[in-house]
Each structure stands twice: as C-alpha cells, then as structure tokens.
Design a protein around this ligand. Structure first.
Ligand code: ATP
Ligand code: MG
Length: 439
C-alpha cells in the first residue's frame, strides 16, 4: 500500500514536471521528449498510413511459400516449399523525420509513376492520419518529396519582427514556416490583395504605410470608399483620389509621369530608373488602391467613358510602371472578370498575389490563378477567427500561408504624421524632370 502511494506520488511529480517543462520551455521539451516519440511513431505507422492514403504501389515479388503437403506414412505433414509470385504493397522509402520549429519534416523517395502532386493531394489525409495541423508537400528535386508537418497552427499568434531596412521592402508578417513575410516591390512590382470584408486587407495596407513611411518613396492613394480609409494617412501621401473625377486626373498624372521618366531613361541610355545615377533618379512611387472594384463599377451609362479611361490608364501603369519606379498594391473584395476585361488584364500584370479569407471559391481562383490547387483549398479553409491570415504567392513562385502583423489604424496614422516631411509634394514630382537631364 505504501509502495503504491510512493509510486503514485512519483508519477504525479513526473507528470507535473513534464507539464511545466512543456509550458515554460516548449522548444527544448519538443526536441528532447516530443520529437523522438513522434519520429518513431511516424516511421512505425508509415506502411499503414501510406496504404490508407493511396501512396503505395502493388509490386510483384517472388517469395518462398509453403504449400500444403501430403500426410506421410509416419503421420507427419510433409511441407513443400516453392517460389511463388505474389503482389505486395510497397511503400515509398522514408528517411528519418527531422525536427522543425513547429513540427517535423521528412524526405521520401517517390515510387515510379508518382508525382509530388500525388502527395499534395493526399496532404489532408496524411495530416488526419498523423493527427497534425497540416502537411505540406514540396519537391526539392526529381524523385524526392519533402513532407512538412506543422503540429498546430503557428499563425494563431504572430510576433512582430524588426522592420526591413531595404528600399521598397517591407516585412509585413510571418509565413507559416516562421520566416518573415516580406513585400519587396523591387522584386515583385505589382500586387493584388483580395479578401472578404473584415479579412485583413486594410490591416496589410496599414503595415505597408508603416513600413514605407520612413523610406524615401512617394505614396499615392486611390480610395473610392469616399476616402474614409486613406484620408487619415494624408500627411504622408503625396496625392489621394477619393472620387471618380479625381481618379481620372491622378491616373493621367501617373501616365504622364511615366512618359517623362521613359524619356529621361532614353536620354540617359538606361533601361529603367535604377540604372540612372542616384543624382537624377526620380523618386519611386507606391500606389495603394482600396476597393479596386469601385474603379470599375458603373452606376449609370454616363460613367462608361470615365471607367474606360481609368481602366486603360491603370493597365498602362501596371504594364510599364516597373521600369519607371511606379508600383501598385490593389486591395479588393472581388477581383473577378465580371468587372470587365480591364480587371483581367490588370490581374495578369500583378504577379504578387495575396488571398485572405474569401466568401466564394471564384475569388480565390481569380486571385491565386494557376497556382497549385492545394493553395485554393487552403485559402478557402481560412477561418474568420484569424483575420490577417492569407495565402501568399510571389517572390519564389511558391505559395505560403502567412499572417500579417496586427497594425492598427492609429499606428499607421502615427507613422504618417511622424514622417510627413518625407512626403514629396505631388506638383514637385510631376512638374519637371531633373535639371541635369534638361541641360
Ligand atoms: N493580422 C491581424 N491580426 C489580428 N487582427 C487582425 C489582423 N488583420 C486584421 N485584423 C482584425 O480584423 C479587423 C478587420 O480587418 P481589416 O479592416 O483589415 O479588414 P478588411 O479586409 O479591410 O475589411 P473591409 O473589406 O471591410 O475593409 C481589424 O479591425 C482587426 O481587428
Ligand atoms: Mg478595408
């Protein structure tokens, strides 16, 4: 009785100790206790899981089999052995799972006839079989597939990271793999940022305002929600259009500016503004658009011409802007072809894609386009409880789940006021080319 009591006390102390270790230093607990147990159970269950998820192949094997023999005169059963062809399920070869920050990853050798797509299709089934939050499949080289498992959603809470110091590059959040989520306009010049209402689009625009405000760039806003979103950031904006008429004028200015910059580059023998000497290089401009659809929606026929002009000008900015330092960041709830051919053409020019939670599968398809179908499934699975979570495509051609840092309107307003003196006046930007070139 006393021994049992001592044993129970020891067990309880160990359990409490493990619980406290896990609670206070999760990383070391995971490496020393969690990971080895999970790695062994993944290896042990792989045959069963691969079979259940349809990742095995039937292969012909020769085996020595016993066939029933005859009863000898001694009464002993004489067993015959012979070679026989038998079909067996072969599982893909699995290396030892390795620990990662949020789970583990393992490399597999694909079986003949299999593609990485087969593993991506089975990802959800694999995640359920192993009881993890998600499995992502990628292929580092032909014949190999890496499965990346995350134990629980790392995007439930994201901590801020230090701001980027590079020009036109902003760290706006974190990717699912723990790396920073950066928007780098010099690598990917134009972006589409889609999502249902309250999905986190404006929060991301706020993060950009905070990140770009201290940089030597001009910010321009198009806000056809009557200016309610961008007016508070007015001190740092060089120009803001809040009505259709203002939109047409501002886009005309931008196209004119682009033509000027084109001339400047031609004269200097440069292909883009970045090849110009710093002394005569014009200021880069980031154009933020809130509610793209508003630019294309027609209340009555009288607006038709204005919309056609807007659409053409925006498309020209998208087509030529990259070389001449004009970058687009377009937010919208819907970015569908029902808004007209202008939107489809604009979408084709925007290689940076961000898809927040969406209401309809069509918007996800429109935004993420021809990306891996698993990205669409993932976009549609974003819950309303985690605004700011998005599927992001860009820089390296891959897609990621990511979450923006929470940036309040107040923080963005504060940044806009603090760096107001860095906002070049619009007249100054549009009026003249640098003197040295005119000379
Ligand atoms: N990354 C985030 N982390 C935490 N909360 C967030 C995040 N992004 C957004 N939110 C919350 O979600 C709310 C809605 O976000 P936001 O205003 O950016 O949505 P929206 O997509 O712009 O909506 P709308 O289309 O109505 O303008 C915000 O007020 C904020 O509280
Ligand atoms: Mg918004």
């Amino acid at each position: 009785m006393r021994d049992a009591l001592v044993l129970l006390t020891v067990l309880a102390a160990v359990a409490v100790g493990l619980w406290a270790w896990r609670r206070w230093h999760h990383q070391s607990f995971w490496l020393v206790v969690g990971y080895p147990i999970i790695a062994l159970s993944v290896l042990a269950s792989w045959r069963r899981v691969a079979l259940g998820c349809g990742l095995t192949k039937k292969r012909q094997r020769f085996w020595f089999t016993t066939v029933p023999g005859m009863v000898a005169s001694t009464g002993v059963v004489r067993v015959k052995r012979r070679f026989q062809r038998i079909a067996v399920d072969t599982k893909p070869f699995m290396w030892l799972p390795l620990p990662t920050r949020h789970g583990w990853r393992v490399t597999l050798h694909t079986l003949e006839g299999q593609t990485p797509g087969d593993y991506a299709d089975a990802a959800e089934r694999l995640a359920h079989s192993w009881g993890v939050h998600a499995i992502r499949a990628s292929s580092p080289r032909p014949g190999r597939v890496v499965l990346m498992a995350t134990m629980r959603d790392p995007l439930v809470k994201v901590d801020h990271l230090p701001a980027s110091t590079d020009l036109l590059k902003v760290t706006v959040g974190r990717l699912e793999n723990g790396k920073p989520w950066t928007i780098d306009f010099r690598t990917v010049p134009h972006w589409l940022n889609a999502g249902a209402t309250q999905s986190g689009k404006s929060n991301l625009a706020n993060a950009l305002i905070v990140g770009l405000s201290p940089q030597p760039v001009a910010l321009v806003g198009f806000d056809l929600k009557g200016g309610v979103e961008f007016t508070p950031y007015g001190p740092r904006l060089s120009a803001l259009a809040t009505s259709r008429a203002e939109t047409v004028t501002l886009l005309d200015d931008l196209v004119g500016l682009m033509v000027d910059r084109m001339g400047l580059c031609r004269q200097a023998g440069a292909r883009n503004i970045w090849q110009l000497p710093p002394g005569i290089r014009p200021t880069p401009i980031v154009v933020l658009v809130d509610e793209l659809a508003e630019l294309y929606l027609m209340a009555d026929k009288s607006e038709k011409d204005e919309i056609a002009k807007t659409s053409t000008a925006l498309l020209r900015v998208a087509q030529l802007g990259r070389a001449f330092g004009i970058y687009l960041f377009c937010c919208g709830q819907r970015i569908g072809s029902d808004l007209g051919p202008g939107v489809t053409a604009l979408r084709a020019q925007c290689s940076g894609r961000i898809c927040h939670r969406v209401n309809d599968p069509e918007t996800a398809t429109m935004t993420l386009g021809d990306l891996d179908p698993a990205a669409l499934v993932s976009a549609r699975a974003i819950p309303a409880e985690t605004p700011g979570v998005a599927i992001v495509a860009g820089q390296d051609g891959q897609w990621y789940r990511a979450r923006s840092f929470y940036v309040t309107e107040q923080a963005a307003e504060h940044a806009a006021r603090t760096y107001a003196d860095l906002a070049p006046a619009w007249d100054e930007i549009t009026s003249h080319l640098p003197e040295s070139i005119n000379a």
